[in-house]
Design a protein around this ligand. Structure first.
Ligand SMILES: C[S@@+](CC[C@H](N)C(=O)[O-])C[C@H]1O[C@@H](n2cnc3c(N)ncnc32)[C@H](O)[C@@H]1O
Length: 274
């Protein structure tokens, strides 16, 4: 479904997942457990100070929002934006706004911000380059933008029970990444274009990390695969997946004998010139 303000060239798409559902709660918890340490490693050197103003875009479960709020303190402000604010709570220094970033940053959401963070957000938005430019415009002079997304690095399976299980896993991953995700506006190529987009928007001192690791069934990485494809169940069926394949996929994601490479996470920060 496209939205009324969509352009013909790059129509906005409806977000594929449901943060407010039970599966969405598990999804957000797993993202925090998998990615927070890497995000915090990129955020830490920014030396966010008491009294500063930050934006957490697509804040999800709010783990990064809370980390930022601890640093800016009650004298500062962390603005947490999401189209679904079910999992976000206001608190000292935290304001929560239900908002679609495709509509820009205006009114109480307008800059300037000392820091803007967007994790696993821009990869979902077809107008990601334009939105990144808008985020840079909302930075205070000297402010920092931190963007983290996962790339399309091949997720090679390292150990599956047998050839049939391997084929099931690879087929569901293929349908998920090559059919369902693009239809939902997701671009796995974006992660490796963040650097170029930051340069194009005029940011300087761009630095960051790329990390990837292996995961076994039953651990957070494999369970993230499971909960993503659980939320996209109907889209996967429409793409041609068989119900027994989706059921076996869920079992493999919980089987300790199953091992695979997990998503590569690319996280960069760039600074607006003073
Ligand atoms: C994959 S989750 C990432 C959550 C969080 N940033 C994290 O990394 O833990 C993406 C979040 O962006 C929100 N979202 C999706 N499209 C959005 C939009 N157009 N504007 C604002 N938020 C959006 C979703 O509701 C979801 O909570």
């Amino acid at each position: 479904m496209t939205k009324a303000h969509a352009t013909e060239q790059q129509p906005d798409t409806e977000y594929l997942f449901d943060t407010g559902s039970d599966a969405g709660a598990e999804h957000m918890d797993l993202l925090s457990r998998l990615f927070d340490r890497h995000s915090f490693g990129v955020l830490e050197p920014v030396s966010i100070r008491a009294g500063q103003r930050c934006l957490d875009l697509g804040a999800g479960g709010g783990s990064v929002t809370r980390w930022l709020a601890d640093r800016v303190g009650p004298a500062g402000e962390v603005v947490a934006i999401d189209i679904d604010t079910t999992r976000l709570a206001t608190g000292p220094g935290i304001t929560v706004h239900r908002h679609d970033i495709n509509d820009g940053l205006t009114g109480p959401l307008a800059g300037p911000y000392d820091l803007i963070h967007a994790r696993l957000m821009l990869m979902h938005l077809p107008r990601r380059d334009q939105i990144l430019t808008g985020l840079v415009d909302a930075l205070a002079p000297g402010g920092t933008l931190v963007v983290g997304d996962v790339s399309g690095r091949p997720l090679t399976v390292l150990s599956a029970g047998d050839a049939r299980d391997l084929a099931v896993w690879e087929r569901i991953q293929y349908l998920s990444h090559e059919v369902v995700s693009p239809a939902g506006g997701i671009d796995f190529g974006w992660a490796h274009r963040i650097n170029e987009a930051m340069i194009g928007a005029g940011l300087v001192d761009i630095e960051g990390v790329e990390v990837s690791h292996t995961v076994s069934g039953g651990t957070p990485g494999a369970l993230l695969h499971a909960v993503l494809n659980q939320q996209a169940h109907n889209q996967l069926l429409a793409a041609g997946a068989e119900p027994w394949e989706l059921a076996r996929y869920q079992e493999l994601a919980r089987d300790p004998q199953f091992r695979t490479w997990f998503y590569q996470f690319v996280c960069l920060r760039g600074r607006r010139s003073c």
